[in-house]
Design a protein around this ligand. Structure first.
Ligand SMILES: C=C(O[C@@H]1C=C(C(=O)O)C=C[C@H]1O)C(=O)O
Length: 354
C-alpha cells in the first residue's frame, strides 16, 4: 500500500513540476521520499539542516536542498513492485570516441611532463528517449543495483537526476564516521579471479592516502580495512573502508569540504587536476561527481555519496555521465571502453525508453 502511495505521490509531483527526492541506502529496498510543498529552491551553506542535499562538482557555497520541514515524508518498501531493467545495446558514437581518446591522451602527456600524478576525465552522452514513464523508471531504478545508493531527484531549477552509486563520500552517526577509497575499474565477467594490475593498485592507493591525509586534522581512532574487490553492477573496483571518530568541534561541512572532490573523481594534486579538467574536459559536469544524500535525518545520521553512475533525465532525453582516473600507465582505448562499461548501469534502466 505504502509503495503505491509513494509512487502515486511521485507521479503527481512530477506532473505538477514540484520538487521531490526519493532514495534508498545501499542494501535496502526501503525507500524514503521527500515531497516539497512549493517550487522554491532551498539551499544550505552549512549542511546543518535536515533534508536531502544535491551538491555540484565545482565549488559552490550554496547547495540545493529539499528540507524535511518543507516537505511531506513518505517511506515505503518497494519490494512488491520489483521490476527488472532491459539491456539494450547502443551504437558507439564515433565523435565521442575520438574526443575522449584525445582527452585521455592529453591527460597522459600532461601527467608525464608535470607534477600531476592522477587526473579523472569524463564525458557526457545525450540519448533521445522514445517515451518515458516515471513509475516504470522508478521501479526499475530501485529494483536494480540494490548494493548501491539509489536516488531520483527532481527540481524545476536543476532538472531530474538519478544515480546508482557505489561510492560513499561520508557517513556520520553520533560523531563516528565512515568513508571509503574506491578506484580502479574492471569488468566482472572478463577478469574473474585475476589479480589487479599495478596501475590500478597505485591509482587506488593514491586515493586512500589523500583521504587519510585530509581527515587527519578532524579525526581520531582511525581504522582502515584491507583493500578488497568490491562489485558495482557489471564492474569491480578496488576498495578500502576507513572509519573513525570525528573531533567534537568538527562539523560535517568542514570534513566534506576537505574530502570533496577526492582523487577518485578529480585527481592529485587536486588543484592541478581541477585546472586540467576545467581547461580540457570541455563540458560542465554539473552534479556529476558532486555529492548527494540525506543530512541529519533518521536519528541525525548523514549519508553522503559521490554522484556517480548517474544521469540527467527529461521526458525526451537522457544524459549519461561517465569518467575514469588517468595515470601515466593508462591506455586511451581502454579508458574509452571503461566509460562505455560504466554507462551500462544507467543504460539498463533506460532499456525500453530508448
Ligand atoms: C569517475 C567515475 O568513477 C570513479 C573512478 C574510478 C576509476 O577511475 O577506476 C572508479 C570508481 C570511481 O571512483 C565514474 O563512474 O564516472
Amino acid at each position: 500500500m505504502r509503495a503505491d502511495l509513494l509512487l502515486g505521490k511521485l507521479e503527481q509531483h512530477y506532473r505538477q513540476q514540484l520538487p521531490f527526492v526519493i532514495y534508498a541506502l545501499p542494501g535496502s529496498m526501503m525507500v524514503t521520499g521527500l515531497f516539497q510543498h512549493t517550487k522554491e529552491l532551498y539551499s544550505t551553506t552549512t549542511l546543518s539542516e535536515k533534508g536531502f542535499v544535491m551538491a555540484p562538482f565545482y565549488n559552490s557555497s550554496s547547495l540545493p536542498l529539499i528540507p524535511v520541514n518543507r516537505s511531506e515524508q513518505i517511506k515505503a518498501d518497494l519490494r512488491p513492485l520489483r521490476l527488472e531493467g532491459v539491456h539494450k545495446e547502443i551504437a558507439e558514437d564515433e565523435d565521442s570516441r575520438t574526443r575522449h581518446i584525445a582527452l585521455v591522451s592529453k591527460a597522459i602527456e600532461t601527467l608525464t611532463t608535470s607534477e600531476l600524478k592522477k587526473v579523472v576525465v569524463s564525458r557526457k552522452q545525450d540519448l533521445p528517449l522514445r517515451s518515458f514513464d516515471i513509475i516504470t523508471f522508478t521501479s526499475v531504478l530501485f529494483s536494480e543495483n540494490t548494493d548501491a545508493f539509489r536516488y531520483l531527484w527532481f527540481h524545476p531549477k536543476t532538472g531530474m537526476w538519478c544515480a546508482a552509486t557505489p561510492e560513499l563520500l561520508l557517513s556520520v552517526a553520533d560523531k563516528t564516521f565512515k568513508t571509503m577509497s574506491l578506484a580502479g575499474t574492471r569488468s566482472k565477467v572478463k577478469h574473474g579471479d585475476q589479480q589487479w594490475t599495478n596501475k590500478e593498485i597505485e591509482e587506488q592507493e593514491l586515493v586512500t592516502q589523500a583521504i587519510l591525509r585530509d581527515l587527519k586534522p578532524f579525526t581520531s581512532d582511525i581504522e582502515i580495512s584491507e583493500t578488497y574487490t568490491s562489485s558495482a553492477a557489471t564492474l569491480e573496483h578496488l576498495r578500502t573502508d576507513i572509519s573513525g571518530v570525528l573531533d567534537p568541534s568538527a562539523s560535517i561541512k568542514q570534513v566534506v569540504d576537505t574530502l570533496h572532490p577526492t582523487p577518485a573523481v578529480c585527481g592529485t594534486p587536486a588543484k592541478k587536476a581541477l585546472e586540467f579538467i576545467e581547461t580540457f574536459e570541455g563540458y560542465d559536469r554539473a552534479f556529476y561527481t558532486g555529492y548527494v544524500g540525506p543530512v541529519n535525518l533518521d536519528s541525525s545520521t548523514s549519508n553522503l555519496f559521490v554522484n556517480l553512475r548517474c544521469m540527467r533525465l527529461s521526458n525526451k532525453e537522457a544524459s549519461i555521465y561517465t569518467g575514469g582516473g588517468i595515470t601515466v600507465l593508462s591506455d586511451p582505448i581502454s579508458e574509452w571502453k571503461e566509460t562505455c562499461n560504466k554507462q551500462q548501469t544507467m543504460l539498463k534502466l533506460l532499456g525500453e525508453f530508448l
